[in-house]
Design a protein around this ligand. Structure first.
Ligand code: MG
Length: 315
């Protein structure tokens, strides 16, 4: 017979509680590193699992239409999924040509970076897809990764080789460009060519700054001043990611940058100071703000999609 000490009794009670599911070991969902993090997420905010059991999720984008819904890519699954609180999860497009990043233009049309077909497409209101870009100077793009549209209707996207076999088979361009595409005349201009793995990108609220992630071993986000005629100048390193690499990014209405990372989402003040982290069970590859109030942050994280309520609306 074991001798029942108070410690043994406590241990037995804990084991029994775990076995019956009465007690769950709650992981922290946030890490505050600055008082300003209170403007980002409340200490009591909880992480919700929106979808799970997928392969590698990316490219979340919100729509206010039809009561509000989220689209996101499963790149190797070759699908774009649709999710809403009312309707749950369904397949929006299959095959998706290994779609990665998505965004919407001012008219609400879906803009998509496709790895498989190595192009950028726009989905028209009737559901047909128009190819907007697939070649630069006569050569096939590497594998467009992520995309953003500015208020002038210009598209900006990154072109690392992640979608190519071993990141090299069939590669025609010798660089990994960041492109600007004028949808009115289809002209494609390289605005940066010194990135190793250009990846997520987003504008500051007034669109004077463009943030671009380099998800190579550099693991940093650079920021550029965007001139009215569409050039990028004064590039500098804005922040570095200390867990994993930066991938998709968004800003909130007060100008904070939310970058994906290996342990969740890292949030930075406009001066580059890290304010804290939103921690997730799997590394995050991309994120977007959604809900009618833009105060739900959706995070695509490997096999799952998570959501958390935030304090400041996003863009
Ligand atoms: Mg990406």
């Amino acid at each position: 017979m074991p001798r029942w000490t108070p410690t043994r009794r406590l241990l037995a009670a804990l084991l029994a509680a775990l076995a019956t599911g009465v007690l769950t070991m709650a992981e922290p969902t946030t890490l505050s590193e600055d008082p300003e993090f209170a403007r980002v997420v409340a200490p009591a905010a909880t992480l919700e699992t929106v979808a799970s059991g997928l392969r590698f999720t990316e490219g979340p984008v919100w729509s206010d239409e039809e009561g509000g819904f989220l689209l996101f890519s499963d790149i190797p699954g070759d699908r774009i999924y649709r999710w809403s609180a009312a309707g749950g999860l369904s397949v929006f497009r299959e095959p998706s040509h290994n779609a990665n990043g998505n965004t919407r233009d001012a008219a609400g049309r879906l803009l998509t970076c496709e790895h498989g077909s190595r192009r950028v497409t726009r989905t028209e209101r009737d559901g047909t897809a128009t190819t907007l870009a697939e070649r630069f100077q006569g050569k096939r793009l590497n594998s467009p990764n992520d995309i953003v549209v500015d208020r002038r209707g210009r598209l900006w996207f990154t072109d690392p080789p992640y979608g190519l076999q071993r990141q090299e088979v069939g590669k025609e361009l010798d660089k990994q460009h960041v492109f600007r595409l004028d949808a009115s005349d289809g002209s494609l201009v390289s605005v940066a060519e010194d990135f190793d793995r250009p990846n997520g990108l987003c504008f500051s609220p007034d669109e004077s700054l463009l943030y671009i992630a380099d998800s190579s071993s550099r693991r940093h986000v650079r920021v550029f001043s965007a001139t009215p005629d569409g050039a990028l100048v004064d590039g500098r390193v804005f922040c570095e990611i200390d867990k994993g690499v930066p991938d998709g990014m968004r800003v909130d209405r007060e100008g904070r940058l939310y970058s994906s990372a290996g342990d969740g989402v890292h949030v930075f003040a406009p001066d580059g100071r890290r304010l804290g982290k939103i921690l997730t069970p799997q590394g995050v590859a991309n994120l977007c703000f959604g809900g009618a109030d833009r105060r739900t942050l959706y995070m695509t994280a490997h096999s799952a999609v998570y959501a958390i309520r935030v304090e400041t609306p996003g863009i």
